[in-house]
Design a protein around this ligand. Structure first.
Ligand SMILES: NC(=O)C1=CN([C@@H]2O[C@H](COP(=O)(O)OP(=O)(O)OC[C@H]3O[C@@H](n4cnc5c(N)ncnc54)[C@H](OP(=O)(O)O)[C@@H]3O)[C@@H](O)[C@H]2O)C=CC1
Ligand SMILES: O=C(O)[C@@H]1CCC=N1
Length: 258
């Protein structure tokens, strides 16, 4: 497929890098106004351009990875030269209905919510679309399945998916940072503490994904009666570990909904 990514920033670049590594059969074009920091993508086979309409007529999928306030400017540029295109938008808070109204019925609006782990083929990309675009959406689903998992969700959960799956990357990293800081306090240098903390989180996630059980079942295997784990967990919960995470996620959701 020919994939045209408009907005070569944090997310756009992670998708381009992921595609170059995990599905190199796709031809990727990626644009931004100042391309100096992403020209290296050309060495990986992508076309880098400042021109949003460069070869856009040939694209099978157009991916929007721009900020919400940049959408109208970009659409004003591309709409006069495209028709019958699939536009997959990762723009947070932009509904399918709003996007469809902006792009007209000649094009299909698909909503995607990847995260920056797309670069490592490990994104959880939630995808939503209207029934009329079901067939066309399959191309987008396949594309993002090559970059991790790509669950199809009801659009009403898209803001929740943004917080859980996209912001969630930052939340998970903050846990790892805190664990690393504790690791330094109990004797490790930061590099060793980070390596141990990150691998431990990866291992815990792999067990959950493999065994498909409730986390508490695995926690039970670790918490020896009268042992150090339950003592640590109870102290963390006393200081609001789970509740602060839940409150943070709900606050992020409120921020999107405005
Ligand atoms: N970062 C993340 O983890 C995630 C982000 N998102 C959503 O993705 C979108 C992008 O986020 P993010 O990548 O973090 O933002 P960035 O600011 O890193 O990327 C946006 C890019 O768009 C480019 N851009 C701006 N105007 C234009 C234009 N007219 N034509 C072409 N390119 C343009 C900018 O480059 P230049 O100024 O050089 O043009 C910039 O590199 C947002 O809507 C965000 O909510 C969704 C999921 C995860
Ligand atoms: O923080 C943000 O608003 C964007 C959307 C999800 C991740 N980054």
């Amino acid at each position: 497929m020919k994939v045209h990514i408009i907005g070569g920033g944090n997310l756009g670049v992670s998708i381009a890098l992921g595609l170059s590594k995990f599905s190199p059969e796709n031809q990727v074009t990626i644009t931004r106004r100042n391309t100096s920091s992403i020209l290296y993508l050309e060495k990986l086979g992508a076309t880098v351009s400042t021109n949003n309409i460069h070869q856009i007529q040939e694209a099978d999928v157009i991916i929007l990875t721009i900020k919400p306030y940049q959408v109208d400017t970009v659409l004003a540029e591309i709409l006069p030269v495209i028709s019958n295109k699939i536009i997959a938008s990762a723009v947070s808070g932009l509904s399918i209905e709003n996007l469809q109204n902006k792009i007209g019925t000649a094009n299909s609006a698909i909503r995607i919510m990847p995260n920056i782990a797309a670069q490592f083929g490990a994104s959880a990309t939630c995808i939503a679309f209207h029934e009329k675009d079901k067939d066309k959406a399959q191309d987008v689903v396949s594309l993002f399945q090559s970059l991790g998992t790509a669950p199809i969700i009801d659009e009403k959960l898209m803001d929740a998916a943004t917080v859980l799956a996209a912001s969630g990357t930052a939340f998970a990293l903050r846990y790892i940072r805190a664990s690393m800081q504790a690791g330094i306090e109990i004797g490790f240098d930061w590099q060793t503490a980070l390596a141990i903390s990150a691998q431990t989180v990866k291992g815990a996630a792999e067990m959950l994904l493999e065994e498909k059980v409730h986390p508490e079942q695995l926690i039970d295997r670790v918490t020896t009666p009268q042992g150090c784990t339950i003592a640590g967990l109870n102290e963390m919960e006393m200081h609001g570990f789970s509740s602060s995470l839940i409150r943070g996620i709900k606050t992020s959701l409120k921020q999107i909904k405005g």
